[in-house]
Design a protein around this ligand. Structure first.
Ligand code: GLA
Length: 701
């Protein structure tokens, strides 16, 4: 930045951004963090952080800023890349003008040679989430291909030296990995045509010295491209820039004259510690992302047929399962895969959304309703099986490349939603279901990657959003869950149209508790399905006790995905008791402040949700402890001066309770200060694998 720079500040809730803007030059972010005093001298702030040119650097030191273009020898990847007539355009975008308000900044750049215009919009709203988006317009007569368009290019403050990223696979989502950013930076893309299992659209940056943390996410359900470049080669000044944007493949987005490309939002939160960061994300999702509806205010207990019946569906089996579900206290019965066309396995009938002839859906729904449960239905509308009437009638409706093979995945192909007639068919099929039957809930699944997709992946995602928007408008009372073989498409893009996500197909509690904690860094518990599965678990083969499975499932949107008829009487009673506990506590679990409780024993997973006067915590030991007595569990977020009555809600874990010091005392409850609970904690018996405790706190007045 030169002497000509001007300063603009945006103030959100507890967050401040200061930009340095130079007409005819560039734009940079010179401050992001906690609120600054209203009268902060922004010029001094900029100068306090400016550096002069150093050796072996261009005479005008490069500043990648908010629109890096590889200028001046910087090795930060360009945020925008274009080509025309088959050749790369060498851009030199300059800031033409800007408009700002207290919470919003629009920056208009223009590239003099190509005439391309780039508008970057930063917004802090009245909240602690920051958003950035990029819009490209082509006023020239020459068609331009957009090859790269980052939704955000964020100059990373130097205090953030570490990054947590997530990786995963089917049934094994959200493995956390924390490492230093320099010198190699970070780069990850998805290729499946969806946000995918690989997690790179969710990042957390850390200042390890102060604990301050910053999270970034791309609101997009298609492929993403995330990178952090540390400039330790080009300009060599060590600056890092974080970029997130949609991954655009060759010639996917071509702008004719007058056309614009509006990219997705990137959202960023910054907070003094990771707990606050998480709460800021949760608050944003609760207030501004999730499509809530009145009837969804209370998250009903589900029973899903998948792990109970699989494809083995009959009227009798379904109705018997519904009876058993109602007896447990289930409130919504979800009929999963297998109810339509000739679907008796996963190789057939996707696209034929007519009830299988051997099933009487109206009678099933009437039965479910007579048991006072809602009815939900599984669909996978974006897909088609080669063995289906739809495919036989319209073999050209799937994504394919003319003259090439059509490789399947799970025996299925993807419909080409960029075609209007295909979208009309899909929306029409779902509409027919929703108008013909009394359906309160759809589990909207997506079980294969998008390949081959030619140049259509980006538009496919836009088309999906269009369809979901149409359906939401027509059926606002229907709640939609987004599933993609579990957590294969979880992002706030799809959450704008849906109310629940399915974090993983893996219901094994030992895996599930880790996966839930991973997603909980960003997502509040109420949007995440969490089901009690069968034992042994069909994915891991592991046997686990019901008293453990059910406690893990409480922290989420609870459901059952197992056949009660296959359970012992004792297990049924245990499950029923936990369903009752969920109903008792869901108001808090789904509105309170979430804290992850760290423990020195890495086998222990613990979290809590705090409200004004009530708090519920859960601690789960997933392995055999190296010591007889693991360290006490320390709570968080309490009023240090207040006194709390602490109880351990039943049912207790059988083995664990043997080691509880004084049963009677615990049954009556202990009174402790918030300070004692946070500083010292509770020494619960957490020695044996599959031991989980609930801890209830009531603030005493
Ligand atoms: C996917 C989903 C499962 C289940 C099956 C049905 O794998 O993630 O929950 O619905 O499809 O085929």
């Amino acid at each position: 930045m030169t002497q000509k720079a001007q300063w603009v500040r945006l103030d959100g809730a507890g967050v401040c951004l200061v930009f340095a803007l130079e007409e005819g030059g560039g734009a940079d972010l010179i401050y992001i963090g906690d609120a600054l005093p209203k009268d902060e001298d922004l010029a001094s702030l900029a100068h306090a952080n400016a550096r002069a040119r150093h050796e072996s650097q261009s005479d005008a030191p490069p500043c990648p800023g908010l629109l890096p273009q590889g200028q001046g020898g910087s090795s930060v990847a360009p945020a925008v890349v274009f080509s025309a007539n088959g050749a790369r355009i060498d851009t030199d975008f300059r800031l033409l003008q800007w408009q700002s308000s207290a919470q919003n900044l629009k920056l208009n750049f223009k590239d003099r040679l190509s005439q391309l215009e780039a508008q970057i919009e930063w917004d802090v709203g009245d909240r602690s989430i920051i958003s950035s988006a990029l819009r490209i317009t082509n006023p020239s007569a020459i068609p331009v291909t957009v090859e790269r368009a980052s939704a955000i290019a964020l100059p990373v403050p130097r205090r953030f030296t570490e990054v947590t990223s997530f990786s995963g696979r089917w049934a094994g989502e959200m493995h956390e990995d924390r490492r230093t950013i320099a010198p190699t930076g970070f780069a990850r893309s998805s290729y499946a045509g969806k946000s995918g299992f690989s997690g790179g659209n969710w990042l957390i940056l850390h200042d390890p010295l102060s604990g301050e943390a910053m999270a970034a996410h791309l609101e997009w359900s298609g492929d993403y491209d995330t990178r952090i470049d540390c400039d330790n080669q080009g300009a060599g000044d060590g600056r890092a820039v974080l970029q997130m944007g949609p991954a655009l493949r060759a010639r996917e987005v071509v702008l004719e004259q007058g056309h614009a490309f509006q990219g997705p939002l990137a959202i960023v939160a910054i907070a003094r510690d990771e707990d606050t960061l998480t709460r800021n994300f949760h608050a944003e999702i609760r207030a501004n992302v999730i499509a809530y509806r009145d009837n969804n205010a209370q998250r009903l207990v589900h029973l899903n047929t998948w792990e109970a019946l699989g494809f083995d569906l009959s009227n009798e089996a379904i109705m018997r399962l519904a009876d058993d579900a109602a007896d447990l206290g289930v409130e919504r019965f979800v009929l999963d895969d297998g109810w339509f066309g000739a679907r008796r396995n996963d190789q057939t009938s996707l696209g034929d959304w007519r009830v299988a002839p051997h099933l009487d859906l109206p009678a099933i729904i009437a039965h479910v309703r007579s048991l006072n449960m809602d009815f939900g239905l599984w669909v996978e509308p974006e897909m088609v099986s080669p063995d289906s009437d739809l495919y036989r009638a319209h073999p050209d409706w799937c994504l394919h490349i003319e003259g090439q093979e059509r490789p399947t995945m799970r025996g299925q192909l993807v419909l080409d939603l960029t075609r209007q007639e295909v979208r009309d068919y899909v929306v029409g099929a779902v509409e027919t279901l929703l108008t013909t039957y009394e359906i309160a809930y759809l589990k909207w699944d997506h079980n294969r990657d998008l390949f081959p997709r030619g140049r259509k992946a980006h538009r496919q995602t836009e088309a999906l959003y269009d369809m979901l928007a149409q359906l939401r408008a027509a059926f606002p009372h229907v709640m939609i869950e987004s599933c993609s073989s579990g957590g294969g498409r979880i992002d706030t893009g799809i959450m704008r149209y849906t109310s629940r996500v399915w974090p993983s197909d893996n219901n094994d509690p030992i895996e599930r508790v880790r996966i839930m904690q991973g997603w909980s860094r960003f997502l509040p518990l109420e949007v995440m399905g969490n089901h009690v599965g069968p034992s042994p678990n069909p994915i891991t083969g592991r046997q686990t006790a019901m008293v453990f499975r059910a406690k893990i499932a409480l922290f989420g949107h609870m459901g059952v995905e197992a056949d009660p008829a296959a359970m012992s009487q004792e297990d049924r009673a245990t499950l029923k008791a936990h369903i009752a506990l969920y109903k008792q506590w869901r108001w808090l679990l789904h509105s309170g402040e979430y804290y992850r409780l760290d423990h020195p024993d890495e086998g222990i997973f613990a979290h809590m949700v705090a409200g004004e006067t009530q708090t519920l915590a859960m601690a789960a030991q997933t392995r055999f402890c190296a010591e007889f007595d693991p360290a006490p569990l320390r709570l968080k977020g309490l009023d240090p001066k207040a006194r709390y009555r602490v109880t351990l809600p039943n049912p207790w874990p059988a083995k664990g309770s043997l080691y509880l010091s004084d049963w009677e005392r615990w049954s009556r409850g202990l009174v402790l200060s918030g300070a004692a609970l946070m500083n010292q904690g509770l020494a619960l018996p957490l020695t044996h694998p599959e031991t989980a405790w609930l801890i209830a706190l009531e603030k005493l007045t």
